[in-house]
Design a protein around this ligand. Structure first.
Ligand code: GLN
Length: 488
């Protein structure tokens, strides 16, 4: 079925006229009809608009378009509902955006469209990307295609589930503390968080501006590389995007990984690590060694402080970023006798419990008298955490860890305990705090129930090509990514 293809497979067929973009788009829409009542990955999609875009892609192909210049021509791509797509709603999993419709395209959307992609749907997420399970969505919880009693991870749970369930060929998500890598791991797909500054954040609704990055979810590593080459690069509209040249990431794949050095941080072998996850990651390291990589133990001494640092910095930035949702400029408005009452009523009705918790936390750590003790101190620890990584990367090319301490947990299992929920990010948050890149690639399954496990490969700043190359070599030699969830 066309919806099960990777980007490379689909564009190969399109180029040879073995199928049309319209058929591929229709196959994804049919799959959504078949499975999304159970999975609930999509907040919305416009089938007529999708098919019209597909028709235009077919015309471009008939006119002899060059797939080298438009590597995503005719490929159905859906995106997390935190990205602005011109003329379409954007809700961020929140009620507060009401009937807001994006007046412009995010830079990544502009680039995907220029590369020929069909942007066709909005994917569910935790409200404003705060969460690890999609249970914080104001609309509904997305379910894991491998076991619908379980969460798909978060906050980009819809993006991961849609790829795992073959409802889209690839998707985009955002990662502030793990929101691409963690759901990718729990749904058995590939997810990459780029280096801070690699991908423009223009048109991404901000959660924590110094941590947020947009990245791909895909069925294999090659597809992640293809998308990365399309979306990366300097953007004058995001002053934190970096003028570092964008390589052809797919070109770097396939080569030998002999002699590449892997670091295994001793601090990551923590108590809460599930034995099956540990066994899968240990086996993956042995596999990488068999392929010629060298592994050694390293130390990241400030690891213990990464989650605490993140949960000060992220809420602090969120409390500032979310101040703009005041009932005046966007979406929902609940009237009041005066502006202050209007703000209060709108924000009280529009934000969910987790978002309110973060705003209160963030406002507290930034308030005078507490600023030095919390926010300023967190910034200092942030520097130490970044230095840990930069020092480690003087010795190794990539750092290997589990993506998550356990496989997917059950719906409701952690939703009453924010601290437990925060701890599911222990292995992913440090990369955002340090600004480095990371990828999660499938590395096996738990026995019973059969649930995916993810391997995390962290890379140097702008070292995406290296982690893609390692992940690709691993993936191709194991084939875990080819397993499909038990869906109709
Ligand atoms: N789970 C983390 C949080 O709740 C990370 C979310 C994200 O990366 N957007 O903040």
């Amino acid at each position: 079925m066309l919806n099960q293809l990777t980007i490379s497979e689909l564009t190969g067929k399109l180029a040879k006229r073995e199928c049309s973009a319209r058929e591929a788009m229709q196959a994804c829409l049919d799959q959504i009809q078949r499975v999304d009542r159970r999975i609930k990955a999509f907040l919305g999609y416009d089938a007529a608009d999708a098919l019209a875009q597909a028709k235009a892609a077919d015309k471009a192909i008939a006119d002899g378009a060059d797939f080298k210049q438009r590597p995503l021509l005719g490929v159905p791509v859906a995106v997390k509902d935190v990205l602005c797509v011109k003329g379409h709603p954007c809700n961020c999993g929140s009620k507060i955006l009401g009937k807001f419709v994006s007046p412009y395209d995010a830079t990544v959307i502009e680039r995907l469209k220029a590369a020929g992609a069909i942007i066709f749907g909005r994917l569910n997420m935790d409200e404003f990307a705060m969460g690890s399970s999609t249970e914080n969505s104001a609309f509904f919880t997305t379910l894991n295609p491998w076991d619908t009693a379980r969460i798909p991870g978060g906050s980009s749970g819809g993006s991961a589930a849609a790829v795992a369930a073959d409802e889209a060929i690839a998707t985009l998500g955002s990662d502030t503390g793990g929101s691409i890598r963690q759901p990718a791991a729990l749904c058995g797909v590939v997810g990459l968080k780029p280096t801070y500054g690699r991908v423009s954040r223009y048109g991404l609704v901000a959660f924590a501006s110094s941590l947020d990055q947009i990245g791909p979810f895909s069925k294999d590593v090659r597809d992640a590389a293809v998308i990365m080459s399309v979306i990366s690069g300097l953007d004058p509209r995001d002053s934190t995007s970096v003028p570092e040249a964008v390589p052809d990431y797919a070109d770097a794949l396939g080569g030998n990984i002999k002699g590449l050095k892997l670091g295994l941080p001793k601090e990551y072998m923590i108590g809460g690590l599930d034995p099956e996850v540990k066994a899968a990651v240990d086996a993956a390291v042995r596999q990488l060694q068999k392929l010629g990589a060298e592994a050694r133990e390293i130390s990241l001494p400030h690891t213990d402080y990464a989650a605490a640092t993140y949960y000060i910095i992220a809420p602090a930035e969120a409390s500032a970023n979310l101040a703009r949702f005041d009932g005046i400029r966007y979406g929902l408005r609940v009237d009041g006798a005066d502006p202050v009452e209007l703000y209060g009523k709108t924000r009280g009705a529009g934000f969910g419990a987790e978002v309110k918790r973060r705003i209160i936390l963030g406002t507290y750590v930034l308030s005078s008298g507490y600023y030095d003790a919390y926010y300023l101190r967190a910034q200092k620890v942030r520097t130490l955490i970044r230095q840990d990584f930069l020092k480690a990367f003087e010795q190794v090319d990539s750092i290997v860890t589990p993506t998550t301490p356990t496989a997917a947990f059950k719906v409701g299992e952690k939703s009453d305990d924010p601290l437990q929920m925060y701890l599911s990010d222990v292995f992913t948050v440090a990369a955002n705090v340090a600004g480095i890149c990371g990828i999660s690639v499938p590395c096996g399954f738990t026995q019973s129930p059969k649930l995916p496990i993810g391997l995390q490969l962290l890379g140097k700043p702008f070292g995406e090509a290296t982690i893609l190359k390692l992940a690709h070599a691993y993936e191709q030699s194991t084939g875990w990514h080819r397993e499909k969830p038990p869906l109709p």
